[in-house]
Design a binder for this molecule. Sequence first.
Ligand code: XIL
Length: 362
Amino acid sequence: MKKNLFINVILALTFICISATIAHKTLRSAFKKDFLIGAAINASQIEEKNDAEATLLREQFSAITPENIMKAEVIHPGWDRYNFTLADKIIALGEKNHMVVNGHTLIWHSQLPLFARQIQQADSFRTYFTEHINTIASRYKGKIYSWDVVNEALNEDGTMRKSVFLEKLGNDFVTEAFRLAEKASPGTELYYNDYNNEQPKKREGCINLIKKIQDAGVRIDGVGIQGHWQKGKVPLKEIEESILAYHALGLKVMITELDIEMLPRNFDGADVANRQASNPALNPYAAGIPDQLLQDQATDYANLFKLFLKHRDKITRVTFWGMHDGQSWLNGWPIRGRTNYPLLFDRAFSPKPAFHAIMALK
Ligand code: XIL
């Protein structure tokens, strides 16, 4: 009788211990041996204004990317004006929480300050370009883990985007940007980042761009596939082909801005300049989303992470574009004022079915 009681107590204690371990498993610990798990964070999250958000970040994520504050319009608003306050803070937060910081982004045609867009002379523009990279990259030398050196230089057909950089500096500006970044911050990993670069034509263009950098003897360490995908339309085959193709060039592969959008829109990709008019019919889940849709999203996320785990030797980081649904840029793009549900945590910071589906793979 006594012996049975003893065995039962031992069994109960074992059960409690195992469930506690499972319950406490977080993304960052579950995927520790596979790849970093990142989140894009906004200014208030960098400053840890909300305790619950600060805890969520610290517990779940091992990498951070600033959602906006390292973009040119914020960090370099005038010729001789730089605003490093929040950028310095994200570096300090990364150190404090043992999270890798990825700088986003040195060269991008969007979110440029007015003064940069108004520069007329090509040589003045080159001076701007050089000083922008030198000043920012050298300030974070030895402190930042990696940079998205260039963001979104390609069109959907794989040709070079007709941006102000192409127009003023010519075809080699991407190689030049990497050369400058390498010189200013030698120990930092350097990446090219884009959306839809898992799609065959754009992938081809991306491969050519990377080869051009490599052929010039300039260092590039990795390529980011942004990963702004839509429920039921995640292009698993193209993603796998791209992981293999980029890895074959000797590069690390990252998913850098992952979200799975739940609302309708009439185009693919993530060009921030693309917008659609607001219309209540296009905001169907303002009062809540049916559970079935969250289950479908969980299946998409699980399939994606199965693929990522299969290629864990090639993928070094998977970063979500935000920590929780309430923060997602997809509440405001491509249609303003919608209620979207693209991430793993809901508006109350609780894990969604997609979180559990991913954790169940481990
Ligand atoms: C988005 C931010 O999330 C928004 O807050 C901002 O208004 C626009 O930019 N691709 C990128 C990111 O590389 O920098 C974009 O971030 C989303 C698309």
